[in-house]
Structure formats: structure tokens, C-alpha cells
Design a protein around this ligand. Structure first.
Ligand code: OGA
Ligand code: MN
Length: 295
């Protein structure tokens, strides 16, 4: 059966059928998935049962190199619940699988996922695709929203495109989690040094331009802080209008893959003191820092 895509939104995001993602990935299927990603930027694979973490890692590797995990090793006192270092634990559970306490440092750190962002935009070479699978979902809330940053770019008036086109932003988790008032250790302050990224980048697979926004941005080169932060607020408000957003309501077994080069995403509120939410992420690395990519 051939892979097919059913759109989930007028602009982007599609559900995929005709592929068993638990089976070894053929080069033809990998190429078809890349083509679907280039067009839709968010792909949803629905399964009756969640993919095992080993199978998720294998499927992800079939699409390209995974992120270097050493970089993310400095975490907020994270006891590993999931053994594989290539799997990010996007849950509200501790190593003992119990709900994290309200003041747990990892829980507070993870609240940053509810700000609009692009994964690992704070790394010199940011993320390409992220793949998130649902093992346990809460009865209400906890959706993940995605914003189409190519459509957002296209919809900007020319004078605003000109204002943004050549800007370089500084990204760090100090900025994103800092806006929530999170306290960092001295080691984290050193490790989370800001990195430069283009504000407008060309998406190679589609040739389209895209806004590369993220809550990790805290400065724009050559601009005063108030001017930079105001411009970022304006652009983010524009880019996350409801018309540019697909909201994913999770079902157990779903695997959602998104292209961090041309989308932003955020988790939504849920009652995490009462209900477990167990999502697991694998992440592909991009080829180079955005400043080294063709504009
Ligand atoms: C992520 C993320 C949001 C969510 O996994 O990268 O931002 O809804 N998740 O959990
Ligand atoms: Mn994320």
C-alpha cells in the first residue's frame, strides 16, 4: 500500500496512512515521508498501540541523524525514567513513574514547553524533525499546537518582510525559561550561552522562506533590547494567529512528527497534579547552523 496524506488543516499538517512505522523503513518510504514533510511540515501517524521506544529510535534514525545527546545532559536534576539517551522524556513523571511534585525542578523547567518554540533553536545547529509519541494522555487539556511559519512569512506585508529579512537573533534557554522566572545554577548560566540564528530562513525542501521564531530568542543583533523584544512579540503574535495553528488532540498511540525549521509548537495546560501525561520524543539534527545555510 502506498503512503498517502490526508490534510488536517487548510495550510499544513496531514495524517499519514499506508505505512507501518514499526517495520524497518525502506529508502522509498523515507523519501515519501520527507516529501510529505516538505509539503505539510507536521505529519500525524495514528496507531492502536504506542510504538516502543526502541522502534521509535529506529524509525527516527531511518530519516536522518539524531541530535547529539551530550549537549542536553545538563538537565534540571533529571533522574532518567527512560534509559535511551536519545529519547527525551516529555512527561510529568519521575524515575519511579509517580507524578512529579509541584515544586520539582524538572517540572518547572518543562513548563517552558508551553511557550511557542522551535526545538533546540538554542543549539548552534538546531533541530530538524522532532517525533513525539503518546503513551499516556490526560482526559482533558494537554493538546500540542503547531504554527505554520512559512504561511506566517508569506502573509507579512512587504515592509515588515524587509524589516525582518536580514536579522540575526540570539537564542538561549536562559531567555525562554527566564521569562517564566526560572532560577538557573551557575553551571547552567555558562552552558546555556546564547547562539545566533537567522530570523528568516529558507526551507530547503520547499524553497519557501520561513520565520524562525522561538521563545528561546532574547536579543537581536544590532538592536536595542526593547526594540528587539517588541518586534519579536509583534511577529510571534502575527505568526500564531488561529488561522496559522493546527491543534493536535492526542490519542494514545499517536506519533506526531514536525519540521522545526518551518513550524513552532507549544504544549497546552492540563491538570498535571492529577493526571499522568507520558509523551516521548526523538529529535533529528539539522545539517548546520542557520547562518551557514543558504538564505
Ligand atoms: C516537545 C514539546 C509540547 C507538549 O516535545 O518538544 O514541546 O505538548 N512538547 O508536550
Ligand atoms: Mn518542543
Amino acid at each position: 500500500m502506498a503512503i498517502s496524506f490526508t490534510p488536517l488543516h487548510p495550510l499544513f499538517a496531514a495524517e499519514v496512512s499506508g505505512i507501518d512505522i514499526a517495520a524497518p523503513l525502506t529508502p522509498e518510504d523515507a523519501a515519501a515521508i520527507d516529501a510529505g514533510m516538505d509539503q505539510y511540515a507536521v505529519l500525524v501517524f495514528r496507531r492502536a498501540v504506542p510504538l516502543s521506544t526502541d522502534a521509535q529510535v529506529a524509525f527516527s534514525r531511518g530519516l536522518g541523524p539524531l541530535e547529539d545527546v551530550a549537549y542536553t545532559a545538563i538537565k534540571a536534576g533529571k533522574e532518567a525514567r527512560l534509559a535511551d539517551p536519545h529519547v527525551s522524556d516529555i512527561s510529568n513523571l519521575g524515575a519511579d513513574s509517580a507524578l512529579l511534585e509541584r515544586d520539582n525542578r524538572r517540572r518547572l523547567f518543562m513548563l517552558g514547553n508551553r511557550l511557542w518554540h522551535s526545538d533546540s533553536s538554542y543549539k548552534a545547529t538546531p533541530a530538524k524533525y522532532s517525533l513525539l509519541s503518546a503513551h499516556v494522555v490526560p482526559p482533558q487539556g494537554g493538546d500540542t499546537e503547531f504554527a505554520d511559519m512559512r504561511a506566517a512569512w508569506d502573509a507579512l506585508p512587504d515592509w515588515e518582510k524587509d524589516q525582518a529579512r536580514h536579522l540575526v537573533c540570539r537564542h538561549s534557554r536562559l531567555f525562554s525559561k527566564g521569562t517564566l522566572g526560572f532560577d538557573f545554577t551557575e553551571a547552567e548560566k555558562t552552558a546555556f550561552a546564547p547562539v545566533p540564528q537567522r530570523l528568516v530562513r529558507r526551507h530547503p525542501g520547499s524553497g519557501r522562506l520561513s520565520l524562525f521564531l522561538s521563545s528561546h530568542i532574547g536579543a537581536i543583533d544590532g538592536m536595542s533590547k526593547p526594540e528587539a523584544l517588541m518586534l519579536l512579540r509583534d511577529l510571534t503574535e502575527h505568526a500564531t494567529q488561529r488561522g496559522f495553528v493546527y491543534a493536535h488532540r492526542w490519542r494514545v498511540g499517536d506519533l506526531v512528527m514536525w519540521d522545526n525549521r518551518c513550524t513552532m509548537h507549544r504544549g497546552r495546560n492540563y491538570d498535571d497534579a492529577r493526571y499522568p501525561r507520558d509523551l516521548r520524543r526523538t529529535t533529528l539534527t539539522d545539517a548546520a547552523p542557520t547562518l551557514e545555510q543558504a538564505a
